[in-house]
Ligand binder design. Structure first.
Ligand SMILES: [Fe+2]
Ligand SMILES: [Fe+2]
Length: 221
């Protein structure tokens, strides 16, 4: 396994490494936000990615109680909604090939996501200061290399963690034109070292082992 590229944040609290399906996102307090972005959830499998990532974000918040959990939860819910307002054909033509992290379409989905947050949150009673904290995380979540706060780090990890679940592998392998075994290998080499918290790393290792066994990636390669 490659050496970690970052010093990960640690926690003294026990980390839940059970399959994410065991702990869906709790509560209904964000349901009005979900309803406001239903059209945007239909793009790029956001209706799978966003709820699963929210569940991971809540697990991370549970072991990092010093984080503002509401900021983390709302930011992860909205972070990729901007994909719903960019040209769908360009998502796959530019967003997943070549230097995909720097593709113009990525900057555009971040920009649109910020606009969506500013559009949907104030009518639901979220104040300007809260909205700007959410926007600061959405802006650059894919293209900015550094995390700027604990909440930013938890969103970044939740955004990556869903891919280690078998549902994430099923969806994201197709985006990159890879088979599940090759995609699982890429997760281990490229994404695992990027995780910023020890809790996320522990969950990802457990998920990846389960997903590889389930998908028989040792044989189907
Ligand atoms: Fe994104
Ligand atoms: Fe995402």
């Amino acid at each position: 396994m490659p050496a970690p590229s970052v010093t990960r944040l640690t926690t003294d609290l026990p980390v839940d490494t059970s399959p994410i399906v065991c702990t869906p996102a709790a509560g209904t307090d964000l349901d009005d936000i979900w309803r406001a972005v239903i059209p945007e959830t239909r793009a790029r499998s956001n209706d799978v990615h966003l709820p699963i990532s929210l569940a991971y974000a809540e697990r991370l918040c549970a072991v990092h109680p010093e984080a503002d959990a509401l900021v983390v939860r709302v930011a992860i819910l909205l972070h990729d909604t901007g994909w719903g307002r960019v040209d769908e054909a360009r998502i796959f033509a530019e967003g997943f090939s070549g230097d995909w992290r720097k593709a113009q379409i990525r900057f555009e989905h971040e920009r649109q996501g910020c606009l969506i947050a500013r559009e949907v949150l104030p009518p639901l009673g979220y104040d300007d200061e809260f909205v700007e904290r959410v926007v600061a995380i959405i802006d650059g979540h894919d293209t900015r290399p550094d995390s700027r706060s604990l909440e930013d780090s938890l969103v970044r990890d939740a955004d990556r963690l869903w891919r280690f679940d078998h549902a994430g592998i099923a969806v994201a392998a197709g985006w990159f034109g890879l088979d599940p075994a090759a995609y699982a290998d890429r997760l281990e080499v490229e994404i695992l070292p990027e995780l910023l918290t020890e809790a996320a790393h522990t969950m990802a290792v457990a998920d990846l082992a389960r997903s590889r066994a389930l998908l028989k990636t040792g044989v189907l390669r």
